[in-house]
Design a protein around this ligand. Structure first.
Ligand SMILES: Nc1ncnc2c1ncn2[C@@H]1O[C@H](COP(=O)(O)OP(=O)(O)OP(=O)(O)O)[C@@H](O)[C@H]1O
Length: 305
């Protein structure tokens, strides 16, 4: 019999997921899985639970939570030779990765996708010895997400990010960066860099609009130093997807990227603290098999016929 391990974060999003556990388990059992549950207890717990699921040779691991939970589960699976297939039940605040894969927040619809059994092999990013699915970023703005306390996120939802982000804008100080990408070099004063694995980051679905989920390439966005009013204008352009034509934005594709900066800058991996820069980023092409809707998502390289 196939075995499924559901790893869920009871504190994610608005904390509604635990009420839906009996329903999720029933759907899995109806689909022929012997299903069991692991509730995370704090940071690092989902990663450890995913590692255990690998050791116990589960067929399917389901991450139910926000991007932080997915990040940990992916970090528990990515390095292993045997990697169970991954299912997602988004129940966090922003759910960037699920949004990029067009997996809805509705629990029934997310379960449908898993039990329907259509999967794709998708790229993930490696940053030194850690893995990420959405983004690796560095700069004052990118420090926002992991500074938002869990309680505030529960009450305010994704507004919590922007609330903190706006407060941070006047303190964004440029940094001198040396960036190498697939044999090319960029040197300059920048305020933020984004190494994107998906199109959807921080709730902005048009941030890296040309990104593909399975092409082995990152979309590298570099925001160069500019005066504050221009930065605020750029924020508005980002909402409509026009930012990529901005003179102070560099938008490139690369498989391998190395970034060093001249001062202490924290790296943000999928909204979590990822250590201090410098960083080496490698796109691992089609590394994880993930259940997705059987739809023509324009962010896959191969279309369905
Ligand atoms: N029982 C728990 N109590 C407190 N924190 C937990 C618990 N279990 C996991 N966590 C931590 O909560 C963090 C955030 O979780 P998660 O991403 O699932 O939800 P979220 O923050 O609401 O959503 P998002 O990341 O999409 O904004 C995880 O990185 C994890 O370290």
């Amino acid at each position: 019999m196939k075995r499924a391990r559901l790893i869920y974060n009871p504190t994610s999003g608005k904390e509604l997921i635990k009420k839906r556990l009996p329903y999720i388990l029933e759907r899995l059992e109806d689909a022929g899985y012997e299903a069991s549950v692991h509730a995370t207890k704090g940071p690092g717990c989902a990663k450890h639970a995913a590692e255990t699921a690998v050791k116990q040779r589960y067929d399917l691991v389901i991450a139910a939570g926000g991007d932080g939970t997915i990040f940990e589960v992916v970090n528990g699976l990515a390095e292993k030779e045997y990697r169970p297939r991954l299912g997602l039940i988004p129940s966090g605040t922003t759910n960037d990765f699920a949004r990029a894969l067009e997996i809805p927040r509705n629990v029934k619809a997310a379960c449908d996708i898993i039990v329907n059994g259509f999967s794709r092999e998708l790229d993930i990013g490696k940053a030194d010895d850690k893995y990420f699915v959405n983004i690796a970023a560095g700069g004052a703005l990118s420090e926002v997400t992991y500074e938002v306390p869990s309680k505030l996120k529960t009450v305010l939802g994704s507004l919590a990010y922007y609330f903190r982000g706006i407060r941070k804008l006047p303190f964004m100080t440029p940094m001198n960066a040396h960036i190498e990408y697939d044999g090319h070099v960029y040197d300059g004063d920048i305020v933020l860099f984004l190494v994107c694995n998906t199109n959807s980051v921080g709730g902005f679905e048009r941030l890296a609009s040309k990104s593909k989920l399975d092409d082995g390439q990152f979309d590298l966005i570099i925001i160069e130093k500019m005066i504050l009013p221009k930065l605020l204008g750029l924020g508005i352009q980002t909402l409509s997807g026009k930012h990529l034509k901005h003179a102070k934005i560099k938008y490139l594709k690369a498989n391998s990227i190395s970034i060093s900066v001249e001062r202490d800058v924290k790296l943000n991996l999928d909204g979590e603290y990822g250590g201090m820069l410098k960083g080496e980023f490698k796109n691992l092409k089609r590394h994880l098999e993930i259940y997705v809707p059987r739809t023509d998502n324009k962010h896959f390289s191969e279309r369905l016929c």
